[in-house]
Write a protein that binds this ligand. Sequence first.
Ligand code: FAD
Length: 390
Amino acid sequence: QDSRKYTGIVEDCCCDYETVDTINGDVLHPLLQGLVTTPFFRYFKVKLWCDCPFWPDDGMCKLRDCSVCECPENEFPESFRRPPLGLAADDLKCQEGKPEAAVDRTLDSKVFRGWIEVDNPWTVDDETDNGEMTYVNLLLNPERYTGYTGPSARRIWDAIYSENCPKYASGEICQEKKVLYKLISGLHSSISIHIAADYLLDETKNQWGTNPDLMYDRVLQYPERVRNLYFTFLFVLRAVTKAKDYLEQAEYDTGNPEEDLKAQSLIRQLLYNPKLQAACPVPFDEAKLWKGQSGPELKQQIQKQFRNISALMDCVGCEKCRLWGKLQVLGLGTALKILFSVDGEYRQDQHLQLQRNEVIALVNLLNRLSESIKLVQEMSPTFEKTMKGL
Ligand code: FAD
């Protein structure tokens, strides 16, 4: 018996749910999983200390590299107050409140070279802001449960939704505003799915695993959130395939020929995949947007809203969440830049220019979304009886 509860074409896209699941499971997910482990794609350059422009009063975000050190000491559990062996008491001032929220900055080699710095009008987090950036190995910092919750986290999501991309009223005719809302909601679904899929089940035993109830409570019971996840996936996939000439010719040199050839080969397999081209050649049709007289003005307005969302990432009061928040918002900003900078397909003579970091963010975002789609597909039958109307 078919347990699928969502069928038909993904709203505003060009492929149906079943095709997305098949193509993702058979082709995209395995390729992306390989790609993000290569040296080129696993190091992300990021400004991690928060410089929140909106709530300078937020105690979680006041000091460099230190998310919670402004909290009164008695708010910390005893175990966090005691310095771990080999660590001076002073060093503790800048530890995250939850150890699982801190970013591991270990790098095994220096691999950045030779890419240009260009502006991205959709984000405030591009590489032109070089001075404060550090390199992070993403494989050492998986997106997972960190314990970041409560008013600080809620304030960010509330600000994103209420100030920057208000939920569209049904019957809303402005397609472009719908797109922004759906992209953010799809990303939010994906973050929640990763929290639930890699959850601290037992703190005393340090036991990690899937928390299916949390996945259901936060995402699966809401058909719209699942739909928005599929939409965001197809949107980002379209951006990757649209920039295929650029991505194919880009420089993946990290000084490790074997690994760099692997990255290049996996990128080609992704961009020129016959199964993907046959099943879903144009995952999203961006040509339909920004038509009409108010198009350019609307585009500027939405660009400004997206930049605000990007700036809000500096207010995320948990280092690891900030890392993945920034990466994924930069990835979305890169997808927007690719889809809305130049009309039609890119050719060599056109001027799409991407930063190395943008390419890394874009591919890692696609991988996160691909993982989420797979998890939804795997987990949904578990809740078959309770899921209605997907
Ligand atoms: P939240 O997820 O905070 O949601 C707030 C409200 O938004 C909900 O009540 C609902 O009304 C609405 N909402 C929820 N999902 C959707 C959706 N898909 N579409 C539309 N509306 C929705 N925590 C971690 O443990 N690990 C992380 O890596 C992590 N990364 C984060 C990154 C960012 C950028 C932010 C802002 C937060 C992050 N968090 C992370 C915190 C996490 O997202 C939640 O805020 C936290 O777990 C509390 O969850 P909640 O149940 O209160 O609902």
